[in-house]
Design a binder for this molecule. Structure first.
Ligand SMILES: NC(=O)c1ccc[n+]([C@@H]2O[C@H](COP(=O)([O-])OP(=O)(O)OC[C@H]3O[C@@H](n4cnc5c(N)ncnc54)[C@H](OP(=O)(O)O)[C@@H]3O)[C@@H](O)[C@H]2O)c1
Length: 231
């Protein structure tokens, strides 16, 4: 982490601020002194805070992301914590998000960044352990669950996000957290892209992921990387 003061901290455009990890990022980023603009669906809401601007729109529309960017001056980092949702946490529960909606959003983000004159420094996207090259080091049980349950839709979407962001030419960080758990932030163990050495059933607190992603806003250590994260 650098010693940036609130005056030179990048403004964060947060997509997914109403989700589990997104809310933690929002709270911690405000605490760290970032100004935040959250792009949320018209059906969702966030509490009113002085340094938080909430803009209603769709993360799938480049025009809505472009509009949100045009309200911000100075350096910007875009953070996306969108997630495929289901009716419950059970992997077999019915999906409530369209297939490939996260990758549609990633495409929209890239288009907005390319066409906007805003000073976007990087895009930080929350991926997951199992995506891309990390599939080989996910244990057989999780591989099986992801292939036979409705988590398959999440995996397909995360793999598509990975391809869109990597192929975009936009500076990125795409952490691949292990299974999320509650608890406060714990020290983060960042493995390589493939997650070699992760062990049988690694996990990480959502708070730790939030802090890692915010550290990556002001550090170039993880630029262009997709580290597997665990506690
Ligand atoms: N769960 C795990 O163990 C785990 C582990 C590693 C990585 N991950 C990844 O981490 C990411 C974040 O997970 P999370 O549990 O923090 O997220 P989450 O609580 O499920 O939040 C989902 C977010 O996506 C938005 N969203 C869902 N469907 C949408 C749609 N059709 N259009 C627009 N927005 C939509 C939601 O907005 P609304 O509030 O408006 O619905 C919400 O802000 C996911 O990509 C997941 O794959 C999860």
């Amino acid at each position: 982490m650098t010693n940036a003061t609130p005056n030179d901290l990048p403004h964060i455009l947060l997509i997914g601020a109403t989700g589990r990890t997104g809310r933690l990022i929002l709270t911690s980023a405000l605490h760290r002194g970032h100004k935040i603009t959250a792009l949320i669906r018209p059906s969702s809401s966030l509490p009113s805070v002085q340094t938080l601007s909430t803009i209603q729109g769709s993360p799938l529309l480049a025009a809505d992301i472009f509009s949100a960017l045009s309200t911000i001056t100075g350096p910007i980092v875009i953070i996306s914590t969108l997630g495929q949702t289901r009716t419950s946490g059970n992997p077999f529960a019915a999906t409530t998000s369209p297939p490939l909606f996260m990758s549609a959003s990633a495409t929209a983000v890239v288009e907005a960044v390319r066409t906007s004159s805003a000073n976007v420094q990087k895009v930080i996207v929350m991926s997951m352990f199992g995506t891309g090259s990390s599939w080989q080091n996910l244990n057989f049980l999780m591989q099986w669950v992801m292939q036979v349950s409705n988590m398959k839709q999440t995996l397909e979407d995360q793999n598509a996000v990975d391809g869109v962001i990597r192929g975009s030419g936009v500076r990125f960080v795409m952490p691949r957290p292990a299974m999320l758990k509650e608890q406060v932030g714990l020290p983060v163990k960042a493995l390589g892209d493939s997650g070699e050495g992760a062990g049988f059933m690694p996990s990480i607190s959502a708070q730790s992921v939030a802090e890692f992603m915010l550290d990556a806003v002001v550090s170039d250590e993880w630029d262009g990387k997709t580290p597997v994260l665990m506690n």
